[in-house]
Design a protein around this ligand. Structure first.
Ligand SMILES: NC(=O)CC[C@H](N)C(=O)O
Length: 308
């Protein structure tokens, strides 16, 4: 029997996952991220009817990291024709860690999908070509979608990541060697790190991504963000590649599209119904929030939902 969605249910679900805290690891390869306390746990839901639910640390902002890869892709989809995007980045799961170089060399500099670092860097390269101020534009987009004008980048996190950017720089240069990267590498890395360093709460994320549950529309936006078909495509990519090498495991356990970030956030979508944001900074071996994935699994089981 599907349970009724309310704040009390969310609070109960958080408690089912809390024992996992202490069993994962807060990301430390970006030093500024390692300072975050590992025992945070929060969830927020925005439904297509405009209802909002939340529990735990749902209002505290954190670094959204790779969740931003969905936003940069969406921005590119509004600026480029389909062929221009998908000739430079694929649509298939990589089965590799998010920052791997191995496949990129074998596949002539074309990243498997836009949700691994290589793919997101190509997307950021495209945005650099077509937008006069890609960082400012992204801020405008998230401020509009979330309805929160105070959203901003965490400059410390962006700087910290730039100071430890050897691997992402290597990925960008490798793609340049294959002719799949057109702008100045340092400029694009700065944009990418800023996108990753967006600071948002679960409540703000759930509001921002509601358009993915609502066929591309949101009351926050005067016109559709994406067409219904584009929205299905983004959800499909999240379902197949949103959690890196454990995307299959996530589909099996949770059964809805999701996208994680090494800040410990996951955004997930029940199409036509709701967007869900969870946050718990400790990660599993693949860089996905350990307790966050368990919260989603337990919630979706309690609500009796799945896209499959
Ligand atoms: N999985 C992630 O969240 C990775 C994003 C991080 N900024 C990086 O490039 O390594």
């Amino acid at each position: 029997m599907a349970q009724h969605l309310d704040n009390q249910l969310l609070a109960q679900i958080l408690e089912t996952a809390r024992p996992l805290i202490g069993k994962g690891k807060v990301a430390s390869y970006i030093p500024a991220l390692a300072e975050v306390s590992g025992n945070k746990l929060g969830i927020a839901i925005t439904t297509v009817k405009g209802e909002r639910f939340q529990a735990g640390d749902a209002s505290e902002r954190f670094s959204i990291q790779s969740i931003s890869k969905v936003l940069s892709l969406v921005l590119a989809m509004t600026r480029y024709d389909e062929d221009e995007i998908w000739s430079r980045v694929g649509k298939d799961p990589s089965g590799q860690p998010f920052n791997s170089l191995v496949q990129l060399e074998l596949e002539q500099g074309k990243p498997r999908n836009p949700f691994i670092n290589a793919g997101a860097l190509v997307v950021c390269d495209m945005l650099q070509t077509r937008l006069s101020s890609p960082r400012q534009r992204m801020l405008e987009v998230v401020r509009l979608l979330s309805g929160v004008p105070s959203l901003t980048y965490d400059e410390r996190v962006a700087r910290s990541e730039f100071e430890h950017s050897a691997r992402n720089a290597a990925i960008a240069w490798l793609m340049k060697s294959f002719g799949n990267f057109h702008n100045d590498v340092t400029t694009v890395l700065h944009n990418y790190f800023h996108y990753c360093a967006l600071k948002m709460s679960c409540v703000e994320l759930a509001d921002t991504f509601m358009f993915l549950a609502c066929q591309g529309c949101t009351p926050a936006w005067p016109y559709p963000v994406l067409t219904p078909q584009q929205t299905r495509q983004v959800n499909a990519l999240m379902a197949t590649s949103g959690m890196y090498q454990s995307s299959g495991e996530f589909a099996w356990r949770v059964g809805i599209p999701g996208k994680s970030g090494v800040g410990g956030g996951i955004i997930a979508v029940v199409p036509h119904e709701m967007s869900i944001a969870v946050w718990s900074p400790e990660l599993d071996d693949f860089g996905n929030s350990l307790a966050g994935a368990a919260v989603l699994e337990n919630l979706i089981a309690a609500l009796g939902r799945s896209v499959y």
